[in-house]
Write a protein that binds this ligand. Structure first.
Ligand SMILES: NC(=O)c1ccc[n+]([C@@H]2O[C@H](COP(=O)([O-])OP(=O)(O)OC[C@H]3O[C@@H](n4cnc5c(N)ncnc54)[C@H](OP(=O)(O)O)[C@@H]3O)[C@@H](O)[C@H]2O)c1
Length: 214
């Protein structure tokens, strides 16, 4: 698949390298290409471009920018370049305020989510939440002693979710579809839970797994 990734941070770099390893074509989009010089040197098959070119390139697009910049980044990418496409939303609505007792603060409340804000703003884009509740280093081919962890996804478009399920499963995850975009009100805060052991005790190596009765 041709995958365009909007972002130049750890998530964009990790997913970009991982998707290349799995045989996909990848273009990373950024406003500051110099930030990706090292990534480009290590991943010669990957391309670096502006937000709009990366969005245009992708048959499927990944949004991997700072939560507060998510809407601005989609606008920079050009909504016409994303219209009708599946966009994997990895973002979290983390506020600038400091964590409290290891608990990150959000700029959304429990009755809204960043995914819903994006979906409302850009109605023709098929957003699917995924990859937001684990550290960038574990996003592709995660190795845990209890087997594949669970990636919680949600979104309004069933076909888009099927595409994302296939991609996420192909890089080593079990997928749990939690329903429509509204479910992001529950999935986004998983990032807060995931970060607590890291912020309190420096423990960052874990992932969530949904277990069911035998
Ligand atoms: N880091 C993780 O392990 C992790 C795990 C799960 C989910 N997430 C979520 O994934 C997203 C990406 O995280 P990250 O750590 O990779 O990167 P990040 O540091 O949160 O964000 C960096 C990206 O945000 C863009 N950006 C910042 N301000 C902008 C603005 N005003 N307009 C347009 N773009 C702007 C930057 O653009 P330029 O390229 O132009 O500099 C860059 O691409 C975040 O929402 C984060 O909460 C992160």
């Amino acid at each position: 698949m041709k995958i365009g990734i909007l972002g130049s941070g750890d998530v964009a770099k990790s997913l970009g390298a991982g998707f290349l390893k799995h045989g996909h074509e990848v273009t990373l989009g950024t406003g500051t290409p110099a930030k990706l010089d090292d990534w480009a040197a290590k991943n010669p098959k990957g391309k670096v471009a502006g937000f709009a070119d990366a969005a245009r390139f992708g048959e499927i697009v990944v949004l991997a920018v700072k939560g507060k910049a998510a809407i601005a980044a989609v606008k920079s990418a050009g909504v016409q370049n994303l219209e009708g496409k599946t966009v994997i939303d990895t973002t979290n609505p983390i506020a600038d305020a400091a964590p409290v007792d290891g608990v990150l603060q959000f700029f959304t409340n429990g009755s809204d989510s960043l995914l819903e804000q994006l979906q409302r703003e850009f109605a023709g884009v098929k957003f699917v939440k995924a990859f937001n509740s684990v550290g960038a280093g574990f996003m592709v081919d995660p190795q845990f002693k209890d087997g594949p962890p669970t990636m919680f996804i949600c979104g309004n478009d069933e076909v888009a979710k099927k595409t994302v399920r296939g991609l996420v499963e192909s890089v080593g995850w079990d997928v749990a579809d939690m329903g429509t975009a509204v479910a992001a009100r529950a999935i986004e805060p998983l990032c807060v839970l995931w970060c607590i052991p890291g912020l309190l005790r420096g423990e960052w190596a874990h992932a969530f797994k949904l277990v069911k009765p035998a």
